[in-house]
Design a protein. Structure first.
Length: 407
């Protein structure tokens, strides 16, 4: 028996005549400001509410249980075959394997039960175990992480990336965010600055006391955010730069006032993007800036914050379109005579050039400044890291000048 997760057998737990995407009409959880009348106040304790479909968890549980029942039917009835089709988020053609094929909705991975060989049996067991752990998390109401799932069965999963891919593909197939499975990524982003927040269990976290930053909390656990005297937010590509600026010495000497520093240590994870989106939604007047390397990856990181990720297009409420590019830009190292200062400059690699050309071709890269800077990179064949601005006091002086200019 063939089962398409997107249509007949699993739609509302019963056969249907139409072929619709599973849970296609279920809204994703969103974080919004409760008091719209005071959206502009950046120094008030802003209540945060979650607008969710109360039936979403039950709907996802129902879909998973339908799959369990279909598996039981195959076990009890000889000759029955179950084919589960997962939408794959993979964008690379080189990742197409014997279990992936092009379908009408993109790439699909077919997993068959009863299994026909050892590899197929392993894939089915992995999928079934992740369904089981997601079901457990949803029923108990206890959120789990992809890392926790991996360490529940490391011998089965073998690599963390296996769990990451199956969880994301299940959410993509169901047409919901990953948090609808009660599975999140382990936090990796850091935040520091002049604010505090209250969690839903009423505990308070004061971020002003941690000069080296704290892990970004799960946005779904936040009840309210109090921005103290923060007048700007700076998203930083590199952890080392974040730690330099998060010191008490920088805040004491800063002429640009207090702010909030955020880093995801490279390309941003979902939780960091959700957190930044939450602040930008609830405090829309506070300016948000990005400090990234002057290279295609730096602009790619900034684009992910601003426009979102192509591979996570099904994840909503992640983009922060108001983010502005603070640096590093070509004007930070080009001399007044138009010639570049060779100190600290690097040459573009072949990979850098390929990425830059692809970014110029993409429609969403419609910011003229970004395009112009990419063209400068390609023309001069150079890139520069944040360190070209200096370290310690010199970096702080540069940042103050730019923030004062920007605000």
């Amino acid at each position: 028996m063939d089962i398409d997760l997107l249509s007949d057998y699993l739609q509302d737990g019963r056969p249907s005549e139409g072929r619709e995407t599973l849970l296609s009409n279920s809204p994703h959880s969103t974080l919004t400001q409760a008091d719209h009348a005071n959206r502009g106040a950046s120094n008030r304790d802003t209540q945060v509410t979650r607008n969710i479909n109360p039936n979403q968890a039950g709907a996802v549980i129902s879909k998973i249980e339908d799959i369990f029942e279909a598996i039981a039917d195959c076990i009890l009835a000889e000759g029955k075959e179950l084919v589960i089709e997962l939408k794959s988020r993979s964008k690379s053609k080189t990742q197409l394997g014997e279990d992936e094929l092009e379908g009408n909705g993109g790439k699909l991975r077919r997993i068959t039960f009863p299994s026909r060989n050892q590899k197929e049996a392993w894939k089915f067991t992995v999928l079934l175990r992740i369904f089981e752990l997601s079901h457990e998390a949803l029923v108990t109401g206890v959120v789990t992480t992809k890392r926790d799932i991996y360490y529940r069965e490391p011998e089965l999963f073998m690599k963390q990336v296996v769990v990451d891919r199956y969880v994301d593909d299940i959410a993509h197939t169901f047409g919901v965010g990953r948090d609808a499975l009660n599975i999140i990524a382990a936090a990796k982003g850091l935040v520091a600055g002049s604010f505090s927040l209250t969690r839903r269990d009423k505990s308070i976290i004061d971020f002003t006391t941690e000069s080296e930053g704290m892990l970004i909390p799960n946005p779904n656990d936040i009840e309210s955010i109090l921005l103290l005297d923060a007048s700007w937010i700076l998203v930083i590509e590199k952890e080392a730069t974040f730690r330099t600026l998060a010191t008490n010495e920088y805040w004491a000497a800063s002429e640009a006032g207090k702010g909030i520093l955020i880093t995801a240590k490279g390309y941003p994870d979902i939780q960091t993007r959700q957190f930044l989106h939450l602040i930008s939604t609830n405090h829309p007047i506070i300016p948000i800036y990005a400090l990234v390397d002057f290279d295609p990856d730096g602009l790619g990181i900034m684009s992910t914050y601003k426009h979102g990720s192509q591979s996570l297009s099904h994840e909503r409420d992640l983009a922060v379109p108001s983010i502005q590019w603070l640096g590093v830009r070509s004007c930070d190292f080009l001399g007044s005579d138009g010639r570049d200062d060779p100190r600290g400059l690097l040459r573009l690699s072949a990979r850098d050039r390929r990425i830059a050309l692809r970014m110029l071709e993409r429609d969403e890269e419609n910011d003229e400044e970004w395009k112009r800077e990419l063209q400068v990179m390609l023309m001069l064949n150079v890139k520069a890291e944040i360190q070209i601005l200096g370290n310690g006091e010199k970096l702080g002086e540069w940042l103050d000048a730019r923030l004062i200019e920007g605000t």
